[in-house]
Structures are given as structure tokens and as C-alpha cells.
Design a protein around this ligand. Sequence first.
Ligand code: NDP
Length: 484
Amino acid sequence: MHNAQPTASHFIHGAYVEDSAGDVIDCIYAASGEKIAQVHAATPAVIERALASADSAKAEWAALTGTERGRILRRAADILRARNHDLSVLETLDTGKPYSETSVADATSGADALEYFGGLAGSLTGEHIQLGDDFVYTMREPLGLCVGIGAWNYPTQIACWKAAPALACGNTMVFKPSETTPLCALKVAEILVEAGAPPGVFNVVQGAGTVGAALVGDPRVAKVSLTGSVPTGRKIYAAAAADMKHVTMELGGKSPLVVFEDADIEDAVSGAILGNFYSTGQVCSNGTRVFVQRSIRATFVARLIERLKTVTMGDPLDAATTYGPMVSERQMKIVQGFIAKGIEGGATLAHGGSRVERPGFWLEPTVFTDVTDDMTIAKDEIFGPVLSVLDFDTEAEVLARANATDYGLAAGVFTNDLTRAHRMVKGFQAGTCYINTYNLAPVEAPFGGVKQSGVGRENSKEAIHHYSQVRSVYVGMGPVEAPF
Ligand code: NDP
């Protein structure tokens, strides 16, 4: 029998750990505003225990064969799937996202990552390079102790997306969830141990940015992987640089979604809904700048608003609910501030814009039209349910405007003109592009950004390069010639 809830604040060396000396972090259920649990932030002693545990576990873990490590990850994937219901309920309690989403996008996505990288673990190899009689062979080696730091929008998925490739490559990890959503990563740690991961291979400690900074600054740490905002990314990248630590930075975006007049409008509206209102808009790759060709603008906006009126708000644990609250009061207020700026800046509030009169942190799905490139709502990442419609006339114009941002996480185009679709994706300055769909992130596909949106890639075989390094070995087969 397993507990549906974590039973203490931290998970270190294969077991739950409590240290009530740490500051209390309240877990607030976003759909009601009520406190549902509390954890304690890690004290320096807890941080040290976690780092020492991961450091001591790395040699034994790296010495296993890839197939042995992979078997444990795949077993963990099976357990996540078997407990999907309980884990989805916990994800809903942690984030406020509706069960209709969490039951198909969180533990299941985490399980996909564990299964995929578990499958790859046994086939990680170097290469052989023949040089006449001499030759070079290469070995792909783990980096060592990795630190993972997560945002609050996908606490189970982020923990698994970082743990799976790290562990597959033979690294160990200390993971710090966002203090806003501390619960889910603990279950991932518990399940990995149940699946056979030795103590210390994956540890979880709680706390705010200061705990993250203490982890990043520790000299035993070889690599840091962050999912978070650009300002936090800059700080962590700079701190990691002091010791030449490796980094993966999955940061924010202000991605363009371009809809041409020849697109299937219903599909384009679906793409805009997925790219702006799924998880109440709290998704880094969202296509929040929706460029719509002028000739179809009115039809597109009318249909979008018609469909937004069918959103079902309600108890997020009710499977019929399709739209949840913002994760926290703080995030709701940030988004309300952007909505006010949109109105002040002269955009037309075409739909929504208000807080919903119910307990918790609910904001209506919001659509602005007549948005221009210089408005704050068109430039800054909002990270909430706010879609901006911008008009355009020509392909060259929209491509230039789509790229006129410091971000470069994702970009999408809806068109039935095959060559135009490919011209557009070639022209986009973005790491993750979509043609005639939006915001899908299967584990098989690389995910990540260019420009300020990040460094490195998560998921796919690409992630292996970011959690391992190559050693090359030159083998001399003949006499050694020296000049003197
Ligand atoms: P933050 O950047 O505020 O925080 C991210 C994590 O970093 C949190 O766990 C935070 O701790 C921690 N942290 C903060 N300061 C430091 C520091 N100096 N050193 C070490 N760790 C630190 O982002 P949010 O949690 O607010 O998440 C939203 C942001 O994440 C959005 O901007 C979004 O774009 C981005 N994001 C990117 C994704 C991607 O894959 N590209 C996916 C999802 C979100 P704490 O908050 O607990 O204090």
C-alpha cells in the first residue's frame, strides 16, 4: 500500500527526511485559496545531506551497465502509470490545474521520459576512429552530480524530464522544486527508489531561490538544469560559470503563432487555444502573439471567442472541468497587472479580462485585439491566460515582426501552403517550431530555446549530450617518434 501524499518535506538517500528548523512553506490549493499542506525549507544541514548523498551515490550508479540503469527507470515509468490517478490528483492539488489535464499530461509525460531514456540507457556508446594503424576511441561518461531546479507549472513533468536523462547517463541529482509546488517531485523520488534506484541517486530538497543558489554554488556539482524565468536563468548561468559547470536553461518565451488566410481556421483556433489557455496559460512555449492575416481576422476572432465561451470552470478534481485557476495569488496579480497595461496601452479587450468571483485565484480567459508590436502585452512574457491578436498583411512582414523579440523558445505557423510553411519555420528564430499544430512536446522531440530563451535541449537524444561528456583515447600502435 502506498501513500498518495508525500510524508515529509525532503527525500534524501532513499528516504523521507524532515527538519522542522527550516522555514515553513505553505502549500495553498489554487482552486480554493486554502492551505492543504506545508513543508519546511531545507536548512544548510539538509542541503549538505542531500549533496553528500548524491555525491556518494554517483560512483556506484555510474558503474552499473546502461541496461541495468534503464531497467530501473522503466520500472519507475510503469509505477507512475499505474498510480496515474493518485499522482494526477496530487498534481492538481499542487498546481490547481484541472484533472482533465493532469491525468493526461503530467505523470504520463513523466513516465514517457523515464521509459524513453530508460530505453536509451543501454545504447549509449562512444565511437571508434581509425587513424592508419593508430586509432582513437571515445567514451560517453556521466558528468557526475547534477542539480535540477524546477518552475511551478509542471512539477511532476519537470522533475522527470530532468531526472530521466540525468540518471540514464549515470549521473545523480539533487532536485529543488519551486516553493509554490513542492509536493509532486517527492513522489517521483519515492517511486524511483521503489523501482530500485539506489539511495542518493535522486534526492529532493525544498526551498526558495536561496536553497537553489546554495546548490548551484556547491563545488561538488557538475551541472545545473533550470526550468524557470530568464532573470533567474541569468543568475544561475553566471553562478555556474564560476566553476565551469555545465548548464541547461529552459527559460521563458513570447512566441509567435502565425495564421495565414489559407489556413484551416478551426484548426488554427484550436492551436491558439492550446497555445494560450491550456494550463491557464502557464506554459513557457505559449504562442501568445497570435498574428492573424487581416482578411480572416474578424472570422478568426469571432470563432475564438465563441469557443472560449464553452470553457468549463469548476472543481478542478471534477473530470468535466476544462479550465483551472492561476497557480497562486501572486501570479494572478502579475497577470492582472498585464491586463491593466493592455487596456491602458490602447489594445481592445475583446474577451474576459476579469477575476472570476469564486474562492481561489481564477482569471477569465482573456483576448486582446488591435495589439501592436510596441505594447507591453506584446513584448513581455505574461505567463497567464492572455492572448494578443496582431494583424498582418504579408509573409515577409510577419516573419520580421515574429522574430523581433529577445526570446526564441517556440514559433508556429498555420497555412495550407506547403512551401510557405517550410519557409516560415526556416525563418523563425526559435528552437521549437510547429506547422499546423501547437504546443505538443513529446519526449522523442528536442525541446528548448534560442536567444534569451535558453541553452541546451531537453528530451530526445539531444538531451544525452547535455547530461554526458566525451572522453577520447588515442591508442598508439607503432614506435613513438619524438623530435629530439
Ligand atoms: P523562476 O525563475 O522565478 O523560478 C524558477 C526556479 O528557480 C524556482 O524553483 C526558484 O525558486 C528557483 N530560483 C529562483 N532564484 C534562484 C537563484 N538565484 N538560484 C537558484 N534557484 C533560484 O520561475 P517561476 O517558478 O516563476 O516559473 C515561471 C517561469 O518559468 C516563466 O518565466 C516561464 O517562462 C519559465 N518556464 C520555462 C519553461 C521551459 O521549459 N522553457 C517551462 C516552464 C516555465 P522559488 O521560486 O521556489 O523561489
